[in-house]
Design a protein around this ligand. Sequence first.
Ligand SMILES: Cc1cc2nc3c(=O)[nH]c(=O)nc-3n(C[C@H](O)[C@H](O)[C@H](O)COP(=O)(O)O)c2cc1C
Length: 167
Amino acid sequence: MSALVIYHSESGNTRKLAQAVATGLGVAAVSLESVDMTRVPDCDLICVGTPVQYGGPSRAVRKFIARMPAMPGKRAAAFCTMHASGDAKTIHQLQLLFEAKGMVFLGGISARGWSRLIGRIGPRIFNRGRPNQEELAGAEAWGRSLLSQSQPLRPADVPVPEVATTP
Ligand SMILES: Cc1cc2nc3c(=O)[nH]c(=O)nc-3n(C[C@H](O)[C@H](O)[C@H](O)COP(=O)(O)O)c2cc1C
């Protein structure tokens, strides 16, 4: 089973989650900037991570999936980090993008990520220390669980169409 964990991260949160998921899968996480597109078609599982940006996947991640070839029957999964909301919509949008490539979507996870925002009283840090150890351990366990769901189809698993016989 060959898996690729690819992430986009601007301030490190999604990279941390990606590294935990990749550890569970027994591979190294690869940033979007350094992914070798020629490896993509041969993978049994593509697992993509994104920060939630404006309630959805980042533009860079959407562009990456658009560049992927059709991969019928191959598995896909997704994860994201966010300040406060938008994870369900983000994972759902990624599901639709993967399914448009003919892939089987296995599910997604999310975690809070720290962020520095300017408010009325000036810059403030939110979600300090997130994703935390518990979230990273959960992401690693999730990565492990993807392994068993991503075995390539064997010929015996592929249904044989019934052939009409003439009497
Ligand atoms: C341009 C931009 C848009 C964002 N939009 C959202 C959003 O809609 N919802 C949310 O909860 N967080 C939002 N965030 C916060 C990030 O999702 C959050 O900080 C995330 O953990 C960053 O991940 P990264 O460190 O991997 O880049 C946004 C951040 C940026 C920079």
